[in-house]
Ligand binder design. Structure first.
Ligand code: ZN
Length: 189
């Protein structure tokens, strides 16, 4: 399921009670994980539905510097249906990110700096989002799930690390040093 392209929903399907129930279930699963985003294929439902929420409470676990560098600000809960992603600024930002479908691991993943997302809300009304920083990263990560793409497909391959080792070896490293270490080209042998 994680490797399939998810099905878009018709307006009639979006307005059905089942879709509202699906979004409520996804919100519950995302919050209990806890995570900042979830796509329907992650719970075995191949539909183009994602939910996102980045609470102020989660941000408190990071230092103000970590929030600043990552452009991480609270994002209220919302669901998006049939989202289409457009990269508006191709320059990349690379940080460690995790995925509820790759539990226990983090990887260093480059993402576009600024994206635009055209989607439908739960009333089947069109909306457009422009996002940078961590919110832009979450959108790219979750919309990838709707196309069968996981963060491990986009990661710097040498960077895959357990949560424990991230805390031990990488978390306190200066961002420029981590970036140099995981630069795209592998070291010469
Ligand atoms: Zn994920």
């Amino acid at each position: 399921m994680l490797r399939q392209v998810a099905q878009p929903l018709s307006v009639e399907e979006i307005l059905k009670e089942e879709t509202r129930a699906l979004v409520e279930m996804m919100a519950e699963i995302m919050r209990s994980a806890p995570g900042v985003g979830l796509a329907a294929p992650q719970i075995g439902i191949s539909l183009q539905v994602i939910v996102i929420e980045d609470c102020a409470e989660y941000l408190q676990r990071l230092s103000p510097e970590e929030c600043e560098v990552r452009g991480r600000v609270p994002v209220p809960f919302h669901a998006l249906v049939n989202p289409r992603l457009h990269v508006e600024d191709t320059s990349e930002e690379t940080f460690f990110e995790g995925c509820l479908s790759v539990p226990g691991y983090l990887a260093y993943v480059p993402r576009a700096r600024t994206v635009r997302v055209d989607a439908l809300d739960l009333a089947a009304q069109p909306l457009t989002i422009r996002a940078t920083g961590w919110y832009g990263r979450i959108l790219q990560h979750e919309i990838d799930h709707l196309h069968g793409v996981l963060c491990v497909d986009r990661m710097r391959p040498r960077s895959l690390t357990s949560h424990d080792n991230y805390e031990r070896f990488w978390r306190r490293q200066n961002d420029a040093e981590v970036q140099a270490f995981f630069a795209p080209a592998p070291p010469e042998t």
